[in-house]
Write a protein that binds this ligand. Structure first.
Ligand SMILES: [Fe+2]
Length: 156
């Protein structure tokens, strides 16, 4: 997608650290074998801001902090934690968001089994149509969904 090697490296680091804030979420919520209720969801959603609070102290991590902290931001401003809108969400953060969703849907969770490659692709296409992820990034991952699936599952 024309991203420089330096930025690709930073996206990888941001990807590895994006959920660091979950260290501050009780295990009881992280491992709950059912859907979270509204109150539990609010607690869980604090993890992106916690990631921001942790990473922002690291010298030279400005981009990484921002891209990691934005991984639950939505293009229409309805995401969290900062409610930023499309124009303020860098392409690197959009890539991280798509990668995070792709991997999450492909992997097994305590409350559901992972989807197969075609189902993840269909889900991503649906999010793209709804404007919930960057259309261009979603198209790229959908074009190589089998390969993306292998990478996502290798990291499980
Ligand atoms: Fe997250």
């Amino acid at each position: 997608m024309g991203i420089s090697t330096e930025h690709c490296d930073k996206i990888e680091i941001a990807g590895l650290l994006h959920d660091l804030g979950k260290l501050r979420i009780p295990d009881k919520l992280l491992e709950k074998p059912a859907k979270l209720d509204a109150s539990e969801r609010l607690t869980m959603n604090t993890h992106a801001f916690e990631t921001y609070l942790i990473l922002r102290n690291i010298h030279g991590f400005d981009d990484i902090t921002r891209w990691a902290a934005y991984h639950h931001e939505e293009l229409d401003g309805s995401g969290y934690p900062f409610h930023v809108v499309e124009a303020d969400i860098p392409i690197e953060a959009r890539i991280l968001r798509v990668a995070d969703i792709f991997q999450a849907m492909s992997q097994n969770r305590p409350y559901r089994k992972g989807l197969d490659a075609d189902a993840v692709k269909a889900f991503m296409a649906q999010l793209s149509q709804q404007g919930r992820v960057d259309k261009e990034v979603a198209a790229v991952v959908c074009a190589c969904h089998e390969q993306a699936m292998q990478v996502a599952q290798a990291l499980e």
